[in-house]
Design a protein around this ligand. Structure first.
Ligand SMILES: [Zn+2]
Length: 55
């Protein structure tokens, strides 16, 4: 998933009042076609590093 798309997903999720996201659906995060090494959740747009939430 593109970093930009994850940011949009995160905004939508926050606008919806941050409903519970369990389990997260994690995929590799990409920036301009390059893996960032982080994972993002396709449902809430959350960032994960080594399986742990970031920020
Ligand atoms: Zn999630």
């Amino acid at each position: 998933m593109q970093m930009e798309e994850a940011a949009r997903t995160r905004q939508r999720w926050e606008a919806a009042g941050r409903p519970a996201c369990d389990p997260h659906t994690l995929v590799s995060e990409y920036y301009l076609g390059t893996r960032t090494g982080d994972k993002v959740c396709t449902k809430c747009g959350g960032n994960f590093l080594n399986g742990s939430p970031v920020g």
